[in-house]
Design a protein around this ligand. Sequence first.
Ligand code: TXA
Ligand code: MG
Length: 348
Amino acid sequence: MMALVCPVDARNPDPQPIAEAAAIIRAGGLVAFPTETVYGLGADGLNPAAVARIFAAKERPATDPLILHVAEPEALSLLVLEVPPTAIELARRFWPGPLTLVLPKRPIVPDIVTAGLPTVAVRVPAHPVALALIRAAGTPIAAPSANRFGHTSPTTAQHVQDDLGDRIDLILDAGPTSIGVESTVLDLTRPVPTILRPGGLPRETLEAVLGPVAVQTRVAEGPQPSPGLLPKHYAPRTPMILVVGPPPQMRSVLRELVARYAAQDHRIGLLVAEEDREAIADLPVEMVALGPEGDLERVARRLYEGLRELDARGLSLIIARDFGAHGLGLAIRDRLTRASGGQVIPVG
Ligand code: TXA
Ligand code: MG
């Protein structure tokens, strides 16, 4: 049985499908819905049995906590013990938007949501469909990205159908998401605000408000502060390599790698920028250009779609290039690094 896909207007969601979706959430079911970042797999965030169905559908380990989605910043105070002034300021500026705040949780938040952690992650998504659904359901909605655990995140309803269609009740389809990478997860429980996952809200934008912000994207050993930091994540099924460095050097290394692997009978796909096209036009590869290297919004929006596109072509190797560490570049680098399971080749 595939999930029912219900088209819904992205700007002005029709009340009928929203009411149906909200009824499913209230009854403890699963609904996939669009946010501005990626599609989420939603359940009633205060109902432990419903949340357990999310983990089962995704095959997600119980050690990986979920984000609670609320419709108004005011709802934060119902979920966390105390709302610090920093959170109020960030909410005022960036909510609704791609920012998730981690704060000490109230007892009302079920342990299954936070994977037993004393903190909870909360955000207000900037998508009329998500907001309408949360309001109609009348409960915070727990929602991870609507993909199988470890796999590439979904930016269209079709991606959700491909990954989870046989395991969920309803998919609200409002077209492709606009940002294309997940929210920035910011831990406000430490002396210095710390990004646990770079995402749609750039570090520089946060620093303009908060001053210095730390980034902790990877921990060598021991317990992970954010289990999304597992090294292999967002991954296509096809093995992948990431090349990082200045564009001219990256292009020559891309050529060398293609020559070397093609000689070993690999069928190669390249995930690159428009500017790279010319330099590799003569090579025996399949190519997806995500956008101009300077247009990181476009590149981020197309990133997961590009990965899925190459993954569907039966290749034996995907080689991707990096897009720098500024602005959205940091999130793009993070996803490509994890998608490649850390197979990163630095050049230059
Ligand atoms: O943009 C997004 O954030 C999307 C849309 C659907 O809202 N959601 C999403 O959820 O990406 P998910 O479950 O795929 O990623 C949640 C991230 C994980 O890295 C998780 O470890 C982290 O947030 N997280 C959740 N609760 C946490 C907590 N209490 N402490 C630290 N990290 C937490
Ligand atoms: Mg995810």
